[in-house]
Design a protein around this ligand. Structure first.
Ligand code: KIV
Length: 292
């Protein structure tokens, strides 16, 4: 049975913390799903992790749909949430609903996520009214990196903290089923988590949130272009992969791969047959070929 947004809310009521990770492809989705992860986010972080952009701004609807379809094909249990990319929902409410609809209809995911607080409650309300669950995202919102002046902790100081709490409450009232709190001081995130009815999912927001999300390639040690302070490496998969690639190249160059264990048996191709074939190749050669 696949997790639903109601399970998400139920987990908060039961005090069971929610484990969420990002994913952008089929193979990783199969691994994550088999691990029993509660939810998968097809984040627009794929712009950096999969496509090599410096930030998430160039990511398109087509990019999100392409990757989300692969993830959905690979997972049966986890709730799949897809990010709405930059400028797919900001310009108008009608465009937001149309694009949220595309993400659900064309990928088979169960929910969408969009960034922003009070400024996007019209979009959240309209998407929810169209029957699409919305996860909100406040605090450090990477699509606003230029307006925020970089990737920085948000909610510092009384005014900023009050604004963050107001944003979180506004998205809850607009109908979001959950809210991501990114780069928020832990005590402020804990206060938001205690006072909201919907689950908070923290990233760089401390252990007081109702759940956590990380970029999988960060926590696996695979993506090292930049590593935020809040990332814990749960594995050194990048190093494991580099070692495997190096060893493969060495074995190919040395002629030790493939060995007999990694080749097909030659039952249908015995030495006598091969000798006959080789002889006929020689006989077919023209006199000119012989002279070369
Ligand atoms: O795009 C993303 O991966 C995200 C998470 C980091 C929350 O928005």
């Amino acid at each position: 049975m696949r997790n639903t947004v109601l399970d998400f809310i139920g987990m908060k009521r039961q005090g069971r913390r929610i484990a969420m990770l990002t994913c952008y492809d089929y193979t990783m989705a199969r691994l994550l799903d088999a691990s029993g992860i509660d939810a998968i986010l097809v984040g627009d972080s794929l712009g950096c992790v999969m496509l090599g952009y410096p930030d998430t701004l160039p990511v398109t609807m087509d990019d999100m749909i392409h990757h989300a379809r692969a993830v959905v094909r690979g997972c049966q249990q986890a709730l799949v949430v897809v990010d709405m990319p930059f400028m797919s929902y900001q310009a108008s409410i009608a465009e937001a609903v149309r694009n949220a609809g595309r993400l659900i209809k064309e990928t088979g995911a169960q929910a969408v996520k969009l960034e922003g607080g009070a400024s996007v409650i019209g979009q959240i309300r309209a998407i929810v009214d169209a029957g699409i669950p919305v996860q909100a995202h406040v605090g450090m919102t990477p699509q606003s990196v230029n307006a925020l002046g970089g990737f920085k902790v948000q909610g510092r100081g009384e005014e900023a903290a009050a604004r963050l709490l107001a944003d979180a409450r506004a998205v809850e009232q607009a109908g979001a089923f959950s809210v991501v709190l990114e780069c928020v001081p832990p005590k402020l995130a804990a206060l938001a988590s205690r006072t909201l009815h919907i689950p908070t999912i923290g990233i760089g927001a401390g252990a007081g949130c109702d759940g956590q999300v990380l970029v999988s390639q960060d926590m696996l040690g695979m993506f090292t272009d930049f590593t935020p302070r809040f990332v814990k490496r749960f594995a050194e998969a990048g190093e494991t992969m580099r070692t495997a690639f190096r060893t493969y190249a060495e074995e190919v160059r040395a002629g030790t791969f493939p060995s007999e264990a990694h080749a097909f048996t030659s039952a249908d191709c015995d030495d006598a047959v091969l000798a006959r074939l080789e002889r006929s190749l020689h006989e077919e050669q023209t006199p000119e070929d012989d002279g070369v």
